[in-house]
Design a protein around this ligand. Structure first.
Ligand code: PEP
Ligand code: MG
Length: 917
């Protein structure tokens, strides 16, 4: 056995099924199924390390050739067939398989080993020449495009012409049919032998024309070309994009699986299919799958033909389910699904082929699932005694909860349904129609909501799918590329919407409208840019925008969150500026407000004039006058927040942004303000230019504002404390925390403390004071390094990791987007440090500040309120440094709650990887 090649077959596996890092997910699944005694065609896996060696050195590791030859010999032995043999040829599939599942992202080649000689051998042995040539033409197209780089369209074109010839021969009018209709009238399985032979010859000519090289007839050359293509596919564009989206390191590499072929396209007693051991959209406990009779390999997942259901009972498919058409292999498949689920203790995604009535298992892996399904599965598996509550909490990817927290269509809103397809990935979205991934990306970058509409999607469309709000396809089933990828992204997707006829060239689609009985009643035409709404739960598509409502979080979700809450030690607060935000946050389980950015209250139409007046004032009196107008508004804001939070802590940050952010820029706005302030436009303009800053993020902002204009903070503190007193008098609890932004030193913080104490004295006098806490944000590296000094005065720290990241890395928050992606793409930084905390740099400052703060004040309260508070990886880090809470936007509160629970479990050493939702 070579250290890079692992044989599996006849109930044994050389590779350790637990070593996904070496065998990849597919290889590990094959190894495991083989050992479990499931019917798996024999084969061997070439390790991920061999792929990495090939990527780094451009050559295979020593000994690989011999090891592959030896493993192939063993497969030949088991199958009783010989690779390249003229009479009894062994055919193999060559498929990629990385450690993490990356559906459709990398390459697969089937029927390898066929050439003009072996195809005749296959035809004679199977007594089925049509089948042999069908396999041959598929192989040439797959190999030509995957391993040799030919484009796919010319192959499709050849097939379309063949169909046209046949349809004509049958006396039907060809011109009236577009390619799509032709495919429906004449499925691939009906192309006769003679036509297939012509197609084979034409496909070879396509390869020659497209690549400049002849199609290789030597099976050994085919094999190594395919292995190299699989290894090379790890670096292809779509795989790179997918990795980045799912945080998969480039260093993992892909394994390559070479496996003896079994055929689902040998006639009506053969079939191919994919199934999940539970419903991947809802989580319901029933085997859910799709199959195609007389079809091969990728036909189901590629969405080229709309597949049939595995189980009986789907409306409109009576008599067509696998259960009804092939009851024996169906029963066997159900048995295999049960064995696999019990063994893996998780929902499995299974690929199978039925060759002449015999079931073969080709793949199993933990199935991708919509978040709703992930939650239901985890909760039900605990109830079934399959997994523990700890495992259930660890099973659900916190980020995937996004899908549950997002709006669905308002059930009472009027709507105009156009069509319906399969509800392939839940959620609702409205947007402008675009017909290409590039357009989706371009328009998405401009901030326009778009729905990507395609006949079907392929991995090349991934960037457009990422940019779109939703994905709508005319073809394909629940396991099509569009469905699987959208589910993974948490985007709504409607697939297989066959009423759509899309014309890419004209940028339009025609939709056939049906009456209630399913009879066509006319059609409508939509162009690029028109607005549609889609519901990825029900599969419906509507004309124009339809309003949405927020999700309700009960049942299984509430149960999972209750288990999570019982396990976490980190509290979760929300960043909320208004009573409405606070209300949403409470609904999501926030345990307080960790950051109220008071500046957001200033932009209200009723207040902005007074704010500008305050900023542009020449002297203290004028400023006081303007601030007096703002005081009642501010007080009202805080009263609303305190009431909503009912005694939970509310951290209010005093004004932070540079003042220029509030100033008018348009001439008419300046003129209006000059009139309001009774000064000349010239004078106002002069003040505006005085306030101009070159680097406002490092300029006159944070508590520096109060060093020069203490009146501003005085007004805010007065508003906070008067509001607190009022709400307390109403009989509600209040826990105000006054927070100073952008502090750099103890003397500066002490100046703020004096200011706050002075106002508190004025507000409370000798009467009953409302207790409050005084603290600071840690946003500047100096503050982190001198945290022991700051802790002498500050009763709490809240890490403003947005600014702390900006200042520590010297990266402008506003400009870094122009070049940061290149850093992440080329692995100069592991992740965007504004999304996931830079643990080595910024994280080490947080650690230092925590240690120093605790030393100076053992009961100091420590939290974080930067965007990182809602990022699961960062939450794990914050748990590790012992913060009391994280604070994030209301919609991310459940994500942070689950992430905090997972962090607690992981730090206790609980096993059970985060699931694949
Ligand atoms: C921060 O800097 O992390 C923070 C929360 O403040 P802001 O984003 O408002 O600057
Ligand atoms: Mg900040």
């Amino acid at each position: 056995m070579s250290s890079h090649v692992f044989f599996f077959g006849q109930g044994k596996s050389e590779g350790d099924p637990k070593r996904r890092d070496i065998l990849g997910g597919k290889g590990a699944g094959l190894a495991e199924m083989t050992v479990l005694g499931l019917p798996v065609p024999p084969g061997f896996t070439i390790s991920t390390e061999a792929c990495n060696h090939y990527s780094d050195k451009g050559a295979h590791p020593p000994g690989l050739q011999d090891a592959v030859a030896a493993a192939l010999k063993r497969v030949e032995g088991v199958m009783g067939a010989t690779f390249g043999d003229a009479k009894n040829p062994l055919l193999v599939s060559v498929r990629s398989g990385a450690r993490a599942s990356m559906p459709g992202m990398m390459d697969t080649i089937l029927n390898l080993g066929l050439n003009d000689v072996t195809v005749e051998g296959l035809a004679t042995r199977t007594n089925n020449p049509r089948f042999a040539y069908d396999a041959y033409r598929r192989f040439i197209a797959m190999y030509g495009s995957v391993a040799m780089g030919a484009s796919k369209e010319p192959f499709e074109h050849v097939l379309d012409e063949a169909r046209q010839r046949l349809v004509k021969a049958r006396g039907m009018a060809v011109t009236a049919m577009n390619a799509e209709e032709l495919r429906r009238v004449l499925p691939d399985s009906e192309l006769p032998l003679e036509e297939l032979k012509t197609v084979v010859a034409q496909f070879k000519a396509v390869v020659q024309k497209e690549t400049g090289s002849p199609f290789p007839s030597d099976p050994q050359a085919q094999l190594w070309g395919a292995i190299e293509a699989v290894f090379g596919s790890w670096g292809n564009h779509r795989a790179v994009v997918y990795r980045k989206m799912h945080d998969i390191p480039a260093s993992w590499g892909t394994a390559c699986n070479i496996q003896s072929m079994v055929f689902g396209n040998m006639g009506d007693t053969s079939a191919t299919g994919v199934c999940f051991t539970r419903d991947p959209s809802t989580g319901e406990k029933r085997v859910f799958g799709e199959w195609l009779p007389n079809a091969q390999g990728e036909d189901v997942v590629a969405g080229i033909r709309t597949p049939l259901p595995v189980g009986a009972g789907t409306p409109g498919t009576k008599g067509n389910s696998l259960e009804e058409r092939m009851p024996k292999p169906h029963g066997e498949l159900m048995r295999m699904c049960a064995v696999l689920e019990k063994h893996f203790r998780d929902m499995q995604d299974v690929e199978f082929t039925i060759q002449d009535g015999t079931l073969w298992m080709l793949q199993c892996r933990n199935g991708k699932r919509a978040a709703r399904a992930a939650v239901r599965l985890a909760v039900e598996m605990v109830k079934e005694g399959l997994i523990t509550e700890d495992e259930a909490v660890l099973r659900v990817d916190p980020t995937s909860l996004n899908q549950l927290l997002h709006p669905t269509l308002d059930p009472s809103a009027p709507r105009n349904q156009l069509a319906a397809g399969l509800g392939a990935s839940p959620g609702a979205a409205s947007g402008h129609i675009v017909f290409s991934a590039d357009d989706a990306e371009k328009q998405g970058e401009l901030g326009k909501p778009v729905i990507l509409v395609r006949v079907d999607t392929s991995p090349e469309d991934i960037h457009g799918m990422k940019a779109a709000r939703g994905i709508l396809t005319a073809r394909g089933g629940m396991t099509s590329h569009a469905a699987v990828v959208a589910r993974g992204m948490g985007k709504p997707c409607v697939a297989g919407c066959s009423a759509l006829a899309i014309n890419y060239a004209l940028g339009q689609m025609t939709i056939t409208l049906y009456d209630e009985k399913g009879n066509p009643k006319g059609s409508t035409m939509l162009k690029q840019g028109d607005i549609i709404t889609m519901d990825g739960g029900t599969g419906q598509v509507f004309l124009g925008p339809v309003p949405t409502v927020n999700a309700t979080l009960s049942g299984d979700f509430a149960q999972l969150m209750a288990w999570a809450d019982a396990r976490r030690t980190l509290k979760v607060r929300a960043n909320a500026d208004t009573p409405l935000d606070a209300h949403t946050a409470r609904g999501f389980g926030a345990q307080g407000i960790g950051l109220c950015r008071t500046e957001h209250m200033f932009f209200d139409e009723a207040r902005i004039a007074a704010v500008r007046e305050m900023i542009l004032s020449d002297n203290v009196d004028q400023r006081q006058h303007a601030l007096a107008k703002l005081l009642p508004f501010q007080k009202e804001d805080f009263v609303g927040l305190f009431r909503e939070m009912k005694g939970l802590p509310v951290t209010i940050r005093l004004l932070d942004p540079p003042l220029h952010e509030f100033l008018p820029h348009k001439p008419e706005q300046l003129a209006q303000l000059a009139r309001d302030m009774k000064v000349t436009v010239e004078k106002l303009q002069q003040r505006v230019s005085e306030l101009h800053e070159f680097n406002p993020m490092l300029g006159h902002r944070g508590c520096r504002l109060a060093v020069t204009f203490p009146e501003i903070y005085e007004m805010q503190v007065r508003a906070i404390l008067e509001a607190a007193r009022q709400v307390q008098k109403e009989g509600l609890g209040v826990e105000p925390e006054i927070m100073i932004p952008l502090t750099i030193s103890l003397p500066e913080l002490n100046r703020m403390k004096v200011l706050v104490d002075k106002v508190a004295k004025e507000v409370f006098g000798a009467g009953d004071a409302v207790p409050f806490k005084f603290g600071t944000m840690i946003e500047i590296p100096r503050a982190a390094l001198l945290a022991d000094e700051l802790a002498q005065t500050a009763e709490f720290f809240s890490f403003g990791t947005n600014d702390l990241t900006q200042c520590t890395l010297g990266l402008s928050r506003d400009d870094a987007g122009k070049f940061l992606p290149s850093y992440v793409d080329s692995a100069l930084l592991p992740r965007d440090p504004f999304v996931s905390i830079d643990q080595e740099g910024v994280g080490s400052l947080v650690k230092t500040a925590c240690e120093k703060g605790r030393k100076a004040r053992p009961d100091i309260k420590l939290g974080v309120c930067g965007e990182h508070g809602g990022d699961p990886q960062s939450v794990e880090f914050f748990h590790g440094v012992g913060l009391a809470y994280v604070s994030c936007s209301p919609f991310r509160v459940p994500i942070a709650r689950l992430a905090a629970a997972q962090a607690a479990l992981k730090s206790k050493g609980s096993k059970g990887g985060v699931g694949t939702a």
